[in-house]
Ligand binder design. Structure first.
Ligand code: GRF
Length: 208
């Protein structure tokens, strides 16, 4: 798993592994930032951790090459981006095509990029949420696996909305990982296949 921060999504997956609701073995956690809470969460569960500071590399390609070495040394079936705040090169995303997923805090294709909660409020959206998607070369543009929705209420602020969305993230991310682990989910020719059928553009809908 690749992280950059607090690692609450990592924790949701660790919890699923620990209580056996998820048939997975998180083999390594890599962060581009040292001293983040996500690393502590992994260490507490004896998951090997690695820090590769992107600032120590001359180029994005050099950073991605090192990242790839570390990942491939563990031969994971799935690479999970959980709050990993680096843009990846097209070569890197191609190498892991169909075996790398990300969680993004908006109902993609709405609000790609940063500050999604603020932008949803500014746009006057009444629903918001999070999306798990396969990663392709296009940033936040890969095909959606699952959407989790939240309702925006009049009293919502950026931080209350972020908290609401995180709760949904902690449901849809483990679900997507479980479906992949059970081989019910795949990406073929840029489309998501779930239980043998091609999914609609927004993926599976998880309503509140
Ligand atoms: C989440 O909101 C996720 O959608 C985004 O980064 C945040 C990571 O949170 N990509 P955490 O580190 O899992 O707590």
């Amino acid at each position: 798993m690749l992280i950059s921060g607090s690692g609450t999504n990592l924790q949701a997956l660790i919890d699923g592994q620990t209580n056996a609701s998820l048939p997975i073995n998180i083999c390594a956690v890599v962060s581009n930032k040292d001293h983040v809470q996500g690393l502590e969460r992994a260490q507490k569960h004896h998951i090997p951790t690695f820090v590769i500071d992107h600032k120590q590399f001359d180029s994005r390609a050099a950073f991605d090459t090192r990242l790839r070495e570390i990942i491939d040394a563990h031969a994971p079936e799935l690479v999970i981006l959980a709050g990993f705040m680096r843009i990846l090169t097209p070569e890197f995303t191609r190498h892991y095509a169909g075996r790398m997923i990300n969680i993004h805090p908006s109902l993609l294709p709405k609000h790609q990029g940063l500050h999604t909660h603020r932008r949803a409020l500014e746009a006057g959206d009444t629903v918001h949420g999070a999306t798990v998607h396969f990663v392709t070369a296009e940033l936040d543009g890969g095909p959606a696996i699952v959407h989790g929705q939240v309702t925006i209420t009049a009293d919502d602020t950026e931080s209350s909305l972020a908290a609401k969305v995180l709760r949904v993230e902690h449901q849809i991310f483990p679900w997507a990982v479980k479906m992949f682990a059970e081989k019910r989910l795949a990406m073929r020719e840029g489309k998501v296949i779930f239980d043998g059928d091609e999914l609609a553009q927004e993926g599976v809908e998880l309503k509140p």
